[in-house]
Design a protein. Sequence first.
Length: 432
Amino acid sequence: MNANLRGRIYESSRPYFHQTTCLQKEEESIYGHSNVEELINLTGRNRSHKQWDGLLLNLTASQCARLDCVFVEAKYLSHRIEKESVMKLSRVGVDLAKNVYQLHGVDRHGKTVWKRRLRRGQWLQALLNKAKPGCEIGMEACTGAHHWARELQSRGYTVRLIAPQFVKPYVKSNKNDANDAEAICEAMSRPNMRFVTVKSVAQQDIQATHRVRSEIKDQRNAKANQIRGLVAEYGLVAPTTLLALRRAIPCWLEDADNGLTDYFRSLLHGLWGDLVALDDRMTELDKQIKTLADSNEVTRRLQQLRGVGPLVATALVATVGTGEQYNKGRQMAAALGLTPRQCSSGDKQRLLGISKRGDVYLRTILIHGARAVVSQAKHRDDRLSQWVTSIAKRKHPNVAAVALANKTARMAWAMLRNNTDYNPDFAIGAAG
């Protein structure tokens, strides 16, 4: 028998054949001979030379060659797995998806040492086996990112969520999962990178309530517009407000001389029922938001601000949390898109309209609340009302509303960070 082959058999061990599916198939391919099967089963055990010689003498030349290749590959893979097991990962970028997750790991020198493409049910356990607690895990702030961030944080990892627009500049060449994971890993290493704060389950519950309410509101507006468009074909026109439409529909249904057919009246009655159902759903969600606002100390304090009610207060808490991710109030206002957009170069400073970055929903309701304050400011004589009124006279009421929304965001940040109540004396020139 070949001495080299026998030497490899002596040095090998049975676990080599169970490290990869590839090797398991290789093992099965040489099971055609009973002596080979017995040989594999004895691999790694303490056997005498006579036992090995008795097994090897009955192998054919082709079986010996096949077994020789299997042991070479097994030993190579064993060394590779052993080498990977001692590598210490410093950062891991994870490209999230629905079913397939791409992982990219680097060491403390930034060298790529680990790449894996795994299924949804496998990637977390693979990461736990490879990366030690304390390792930095980076992900894009997309669907499911906050859930996985909480799961990893509970296991001792440091999680970095990055906005997708900040990851895109680091994508090399073509876009695919592997390049995206590498770009995430590179972006999270930048010292001045801006990260997204991980939301708690309570924050996501509040945010989900607002998302559902916003969708119901859009559906209600679409239903009202559908009714207006249909009745307009019969020569009926309702005033622009939703309240006026609610009052007009019963009158149309009862008026027998307005030209509506019996068939269309039945359709209109069904549409009216849909509109009433959406109104009831909106009322129910508003009550839920009011309950959430009254049950939280932070949202109760935020409602002391002018133009901030249960809707705005709960949306602020759901979006920014405690505000600790911002160093000052202006950063929070800028993150919500309430600061001017710049187009400057050199000594020429040019400020445009607001940037409209960040959460569109929160910025919208902040401005709507500020618009209500602007409309009533002329009847009050406090410093904040005088400031808003002067801007509305010099510029435009919409400009004054956006300016007040900016100031409201800054004051909200100060109240969140310092756990303080609203003080009207600090309303002008305060909050970072």
